[in-house]
Design a protein around this ligand. Structure first.
Ligand SMILES: Cc1cc2nc3c(=O)[nH]c(=O)nc-3n(C[C@H](O)[C@H](O)[C@H](O)COP(=O)(O)OP(=O)(O)OC[C@H]3O[C@@H](n4cnc5c(N)ncnc54)[C@H](O)[C@@H]3O)c2cc1C
Length: 385
């Protein structure tokens, strides 16, 4: 019998496995596909995340940050937002008295670092197929193609399409955004800037994320049809489109690869059902406009792990209703706040209505001068409050 069985060995599930196993819990980690291998010189993966300071601190505490390959990390010290040719709104690490605001890192790279940090006591089931699940009075059981796995507590960290959440009959509220995004990996003629920028246009934002060396990740938001059309272009054709629609400051570049991503917003109706608890994208997905998705997932994992470690040390039931209710109450509030902030952001910054567009330009200019509020927003984005 395991203390905990975690379904999904992505960034959030693997972090939970490390944190709980390091505290002595007997953990099973189930992942349906072998994670890809990242080496010093492997090609960059399209899926990258902006990892904020809070997530970085926790990954350091787990020892996983130290497993990352330094030459594949892109730190940034400025977050810039602007519209048209207006003066930009900059949040800088210097203003906040910090060395940097975050790093752009490949999702696979973070996952790999966490897997390398898994204590030897973690039993890995990978690749594994989940077939069903059942709950009993004092344990729960997963049916898989490798047999039954019993645990006191089950954690669903199996992403936005969580199979375990569906098996448990937990519903979600949400929608597909009218906008989708195109991720484009490019080679630039210059070393990556230590900043991320986002330009707002009436069709949707355009963003630049630095990657190590002379590389960058560009993000292009627009309606689904337009993004699908862009995704189907040849590298040369896409370069022409980017030159027309991104700021000229982007300079010389060549397209390496691109991919289309629909954007969804969803929030599970409950994070807890008996001996099952949800974390990360299995519980919530958010518009990636401000790069907060996995940062929220890590905050879920950190909160849940802290409660479980305390309960385990006290010899209590890891699925005690009061304990799991405390997790849900704490994390639901924080996740909802960020999701709602992103919704307002999305509505304001994707609107084609002229008065709203004018208000938004004015808002950016006022925000650029608003001292304490600006400092607070900068700290919130960097995960420092
Ligand atoms: C375009 C885009 C850009 C983004 N940019 C950012 C950003 O800059 N910053 C940020 O913080 N977030 C960003 N996000 C969000 C971020 O990618 C997600 O929040 C994050 O990947 C969620 O991690 P997770 O571990 O919860 O889920 P996932 O990454 O989806 O991992 C789930 C894991 O579970 C496994 N799995 C699934 N089903 C099963 C099953 N039945 N059995 C066993 N294993 C299973 C999967 O193989 C996978 O390994 C972005 C998202 C998108 C779409």
């Amino acid at each position: 019998m395991f203390d905990i069985a975690i379904v999904g060995g992505g960034m959030v599930g693997a972090a939970l496995a490390v944190a709980t196993a390091q505290a002595g819990m007997k953990v099973a980690l189930l992942e349906r596909q072998q994670p890809g291998l990242i080496t010093d010189d492997s090609a960059f993966d399209l899926r990258v995340s902006a990892i904020n300071r809070r997530s970085e601190a926790w990954l350091q505490q787990l020892g996983a940050w130290q497993q990352l390959l330094v030459n594949r990390l892109a730190p940034y010290a400025t977050l810039r937002a602007f519209e048209g040719n207006d003066a930009p709104l900059d949040f800088t690490a210097v203003e906040l008295g910090e060395p940097h605001l975050g790093h752009i890192i490949e999702n696979l790279h973070i996952q790999q670092a966490l897997w390398q940090q898994l204590p030897a006591t973690v039993e890995q089931f990978c690749p594994v197929q989940l077939l069903g699940y059942q709950q009993f009075h004092d344990y729960a059981c997963l049916q898989t193609d490798q047999g039954e796995i019993k645990a006191r507590l089950l954690i669903a960290a199996d992403g936005a399409q969580s199979q375990l959440k569906q098996l448990a009959g937990i519903g979600s509220q949400g929608w597909l955004y009218q906008q989708a995004c195109l991720l484009v990996h490019v080679n630039t003629g210059y070393d990556a800037l230590p900043m991320t920028w986002q330009q707002f246009t009436s069709q949707g934002p355009r963003a630049y994320l630095p990657l190590p060396g002379k590389q960058a990740s560009l993000v292009w938001y627009d309606d689904h049809l337009r993004i699908q059309q862009l995704a189907a272009l040849s590298p040369h054709q896409l370069e022409q489109q980017i030159k027309q629609h991104f700021p000229a400051e982007l300079g010389e570049f060549s397209v390496i690869k691109q991919g289309y991503f629909p954007l969804t917003r969803s929030h599970a109706n409950q994070y807890v059902k008996g001996r099952l608890v949800l974390a990360g994208d299995a519980a919530h997905t958010i518009n990636p406009l401000a790069g907060q998705g996995v940062n929220l997932g890590f905050a879920d994992a950190q909160c849940l792990a802290a409660l479980l470690v305390k309960q385990f040390a006290a010899g209590g039931d890891l699925a005690a209703p009061t304990l799991l209710a405390q997790y849900e109450s704490e994390r639901r509030k924080a996740n909802l706040l960020m999701m709602s902030a992103m919704d307002v952001f999305y509505q304001v910054f994707s609107s084609k209505l002229k008065p709203l567009a004018q208000l938004r330009r004015l808002g950016l200019q006022v925000a650029a001068k608003a001292g304490p509020l600006k400092t607070y927003v900068g700290k919130y984005a960097a995960g420092l409050v």
